[in-house]
Ligand binder design. Sequence first.
Ligand code: ATP
Ligand code: MG
Length: 194
Amino acid sequence: MTAPAYQNSPTRGARKWSPEVESGGISQFSPVSGGTAWRGKSSLTSIPKGAGYNRQNMERTLAIIKPDAVERKFAGQIIQRIEEAGFRVAAMRLVTLSKPVAEGFYAVHRERPFFPHLTAFMSSGPAVVMVLETDGAIKKWRDLMGATDPAKAAPGTLRAAFGSGIERNATHGSDAPDTAAFEIGYFFPGVDLV
Ligand code: ATP
Ligand code: MG
């Protein structure tokens, strides 16, 4: 695994939190500051300025390894791809969604004809729900996943490699900062994402 540059910093963890550090700290970069999961402070606030870690571009996204991929034992390979691509896994849960929870998560698609089947599929077995963090995480994760339909996804993408149909497409990713904030708060309410 290639660790993000900021994790290699010799100064990581070397300084305690202070108002000076906080003034340039994580509370100013978070795209999820409106989300219920965000508290504005985490261990990242101890990283001083000039440590090679550009907080201004940091972003978080909600990723799911869907029940089809977990059932087919692809979760390990997908997490390895995530780490190799340079994401930091800020939070992770293995959950079997209830039907109402799946319906709430995909509420934006409530009127779509595939909604009942999609939410039945998403609640059919365990899924791995993660918060991924890196520069431009939302787009970077969607690029790594590939197109919604695995048959149309570019070679080398996760959906091309692990998806088996337009519904059973292995992974989910937030599509914008506001949906990322909603989705992270949906699965990690009140959690400090260190
Ligand atoms: P996701 O939101 O899961 O990351 P996406 O943003 O690529 O996927 P959406 O249009 O948001 O695609 O669709 C949500 C999910 O609904 C898809 O990932 C897929 O599982 C399912 N889906 C989308 N289109 C269809 C369809 N035509 N038939 C069946 N299922 C579909
Ligand atoms: Mg979507």
